[in-house]
Design a protein. Structure first.
Length: 180
């Protein structure tokens, strides 16, 4: 019996290419994953998390102040015009309505979707502001009588600082209530 030898060189054979293709595809998939990870990095919502952690006790005091004043807020958002209307109520007779309120609408994961608005008083319990972009999805909401920049500048302000917090999914079907 005579042996028939295959005289083709190795690179013209099928099996070596199948064996080489397995590790080569793993290398290509790894490089593709690396490229995707570098191009689509997740953003940090808060870069100054350490400073925020140190200020937690002070901010809990702001929540307690709002509770002591009996503050409640009702927020209405017009999705077409971008108008944000807010009505605030209280139970403390010494409460005076500030000229401006500050609201933060923070996206849980994407910092570029956060919005910070200054609301101006239109009538005594009512405030108005305009959204920079349409709100969709979940947002953490913080309403305060002092903005973040003012809070860090004036640590010993004689004025009572308060805040109301909540979470909502936009667009809203009905007015959003913050407070007790």
């Amino acid at each position: 019996m005579t042996e028939i030898l295959d005289s083709k060189p190795w690179y013209k054979q099928l099996w070596p290419w199948i064996i080489i293709s397995l590790p080569a595809s793993a290398v290509i998939a790894g490089l593709t994953t690396l490229f995707i990870a570098i191009e689509n990095q997740d953003s940090l919502v808060k870069d100054d998390w350490y400073k925020d952690g140190k200020a937690i006790n002070r901010r809990v005091e702001y929540d307690n102040n709002a509770f002591a004043l009996g503050l409640k807020a009702e927020i209405k958002v017009d999705d077409i015009s971008g108008d944000l209307n807010l009505s605030i109520s209280h139970t403390d007779p010494s409460f005076s309505f500030p000229e401006k309120l500050y609201i933060e609408l923070t996206h849980p994961t994407l910092a570029e979707r956060d919005q910070r608005l200054t609301l101006t008083k239109t009538q005594s319990p009512r405030y108005h502001g305009n959204l920079q972009q349409t709100l969709t999805g979940k947002r953490h909401i913080t309403l305060s009588n002092k903005g973040l920049a003012q809070e860090t500048e004036n640590n010993t302000a004689p004025e009572l600082i308060w805040r109301l917090k909540g979470t909502a999914v936009f667009p809203l079907d009905e007015p959003l209530l913050l407070g007790q």
